[in-house]
Ligand binder design. Structure first.
Ligand code: NAD
Length: 352
């Protein structure tokens, strides 16, 4: 029997492939790295995937693991991600072909995203950069322009802000938990979560248009799907308050970026905190790179923190792929509906 083939399409670090080599697999490494997730094209991925038993790795932006890539190997049993989100994988085709898809929503990852969301909100609303710059680069001590926003509700009748959470999954739910002591009004839109999740999170359930009309902070935490692609565009910005800010740590294509740029330029909204973009890395000539303090940018690093980073995800993803190669159903299956079919094809038929 020839050695099982594992394609690591986006290696995180050595740990991401050493364990496969130790298990006797033949490992092929892709081009993508954490610093530059562009990686291989779909055509290159298709060539690499021929005869593969497992495809594993972190995010890739330059190519997709589409049906054609998966059809390159009859024995392909798993596509395992080291990171959260499966938008570069054609999950429907994987399910149709009887292939398991896993991803790694570790607490280190989603917890880090919530902390970044809080940081974006505070930096923008507390005018952190303007206040700092006034002392380092200006001559004035205090100016009216440095007045910031009080966020929470107060006993003196100040109502506090309304925070609109779009997507009440892991990240949206944890955000509601972290915001609770701030005594803001929380409203949320997520048609796929049961009403009791909203009740437990103390988030009032509303429709998307009401959320956009009523929120001072609109924060996006949906997965990227056909339905959520461009869910925030020109029409939606027009519904928002001119004083409202938009935070996006979810996925770039959830927002129509041209419409966002136009909304910022025309002051239809007051600002934006963005960790994710329609094209990543963000092109050097993107107008977003030229915008003033109303726009806060980071390079898809919300989850990247000391003591967290990609390490826990590499462990999950590697373990998931090794289990699948041993003929066992892995732990973190995304397309659960495939499991019965997968069991028929691979259960008990280990290749390592
Ligand atoms: P999750 O699956 O736990 O939650 C996503 C939520 O979105 C679910 O509750 C789902 O019902 C909801 N949703 C789906 N379609 C919707 C729609 N049309 N309208 C409203 N809600 C909808 O995911 P999560 O772990 O909370 O991650 C949320 C997002 O954050 C994902 O897009 C993920 O890829 C992204 N993310 C980004 C980073 C980063 O570094 N910036 C890191 C981790 C995750």
């Amino acid at each position: 029997m020839s050695a099982p083939k594992v394609v690591v399409f986006a290696p995180g670090d050595e740990e991401s492939y050493k364990r496969f080599e130790q298990a006797g697999c033949e490992v092929t490494l892709g081009k993508a790295s954490w610093a530059d997730p562009t990686g291989n094209t779909t055509e290159e991925l298709a060539a690499m995937a021929v005869g593969a038993d497992a495809l594993v790795g972190s995010s890739i932006k330059g190519g997709r693991i589409d049906k054609g890539v998966m059809l390159g190997s009859e024995q392909l049993r798993i596509v395992a991600k080291y990171t959260v989100g499966v938008d570069e994988i054609d999950v429907d085709s994987a399910t149709e072909l009887g292939i398991i898809v896993t991803h790694a929503p570790t607490e280190a990852n989603w917890g880090g995203v919530v902390e970044t969301t809080m940081q974006q909100m505070l930096t923008l609303l507390k005018k952190s950069r303007q206040r700092d710059a006034a002392l380092k680069h200006g001559t004035d001590w205090r100016t009216k322009e440095l007045t910031a926003t009080h966020i929470g509700r107060r006993e003196d009748g100040y109502p506090g802000l309304t925070v609109g959470i779009v997507g009440l999954g892991r990240i949206g739910g944890r955000l509601a938990q972290m915001l609770a002591p701030w005594r803001v009004r929380m409203i949320g839109y997520d048609p796929y979560q049961p009403v009791d999740r909203f009740i437990h999170a103390n988030v009032e359930r509303v429709d998307l248009d009401s959320l956009l009309r009523e929120s001072d902070v609109v924060t996006l935490h949906v997965t990227l799907t056909a339905e959520t692609r461009h869910m925030i565009g020109e029409r939606e910005f027009a519904l928002m308050k001119p004083t409202a800010i938009l935070l996006n740590t979810s996925r770039g294509p959830v927002v129509d970026e041209d419409a966002l740029i136009a909304a910022l330029q025309s002051e239809t909204i007051a600002g934006a905190g963005l960790d994710v973009f329609e094209v990543e890395p963000l092109p050097m000539d993107s107008p977003l790179r030229k915008m003033d303090e109303r726009v806060l940018l980071s390079a898809h690093v919300a989850a990247h923190n000391y003591g967290a980073g990609i390490g826990p995800g590499i462990q999950w993803g590697t373990e998931d792929a090794l289990r699948a190669l041993r003929g066992q159903v892995p732990e973190h299956v995304f397309n659960k509906e495939v499991i019965p079919r997968w069991r028929e094809r691979f259960e008990g038929r280990g290749v390592i």
